[in-house]
Design a protein. Structure first.
Length: 238
């Protein structure tokens, strides 16, 4: 059985492969734009996976996560003026960079655009991040997106997970007891290991075998937001 360090070494090797792929695209032409963004995003995911595995085994992941954010932002900034940039850019990863920047107390200059996709999962992600970072109230919009996503059995765990995130934030605002809702969040994250939707998501989301390697970074951001004093494997301690 592979150890966490084995997985870290694997993602270091993968990062180098995608770095080589990005070098191939450095004399950028429009037809290489998709390939460039693909390699940038894969480097980002590899770097995040290294940091998340370090976090899971209680090693300080901060420098690794800052490296991931900094490289991602730097490389994407070179492409932003190109005409088809937004067509190939993954909006979930832009929000992800902002989540980790929040955890690491770093600035992130990658703009989050709520209009780049009609995906209701993305819209909920957008509302969640802004509810955390700006304490914005999107209740009518959230309810509309939740209604649409709840109609699909495939998205039930997504629905339950994000519902729980907002319930934690609401309980915090109302000075209610948070422990039960946080325990539910931890249980919902564990369920991703056997969930077909999450097993097809990015590795950083904890589907399938990755569930025991990473943490729920969205929950971590929420726990930081509410200054949670309890214990959790998903708590940011750095």
């Amino acid at each position: 059985m592979k150890t966490p360090q084995d997985h870290i070494e694997f993602y270091k090797e993968q990062e180098q492969i995608f770095t080589n792929g990005l070098v191939y695209c450095q004399n950028l032409t429009e037809d290489k734009l998709y390939l460039s963004i693909f390699n940038i995003e894969q480097i980002f995911i590899c770097n995040l996976m290294i940091g998340l595995i370090e976090w899971r085994i209680n090693q300080n992941p901060k420098l690794q996560l800052i490296k991931a954010i900094t490289h991602f932002e730097k490389e994407l900034s070179k492409l932003k003026e190109l005409e088809d940039y937004k067509k190939f850019q993954n909006p979930f990863l832009i929000i992800t960079a902002n989540y980790f920047a929040y955890l690491c107390n770093q600035e992130c200059n990658l703009d989050i655009n709520p209009l780049v996709t009609k995906d209701e999962h993305y819209n909920i992600e957008y509302y969640l991040f802004n509810s955390i970072s700006k304490s914005s109230n999107f209740k009518p919009e959230i309810e509309t997106s939740f209604y649409k996503i709840n109609k699909s059995k495939k998205h039930k765990l997504v629905f339950d997970s994000y519902t729980n995130y907002f319930q934690i934030l609401e309980a915090f605002e109302n000075n209610e007891n948070l422990n039960n809702k946080i325990e539910i969040a931890e249980s919902l994250f564990t369920k991703r290991a056997n969930n077909s939707y999450y097993s097809n998501c990015h590795k950083i989301d904890g589907g399938y075998l990755n569930n025991n390697l990473v943490i729920d970074f969205r929950l971590a951001v929420i726990l930081k937001k509410i200054d949670y004093k309890g214990n959790s494997i998903h708590k940011w301690n750095w």
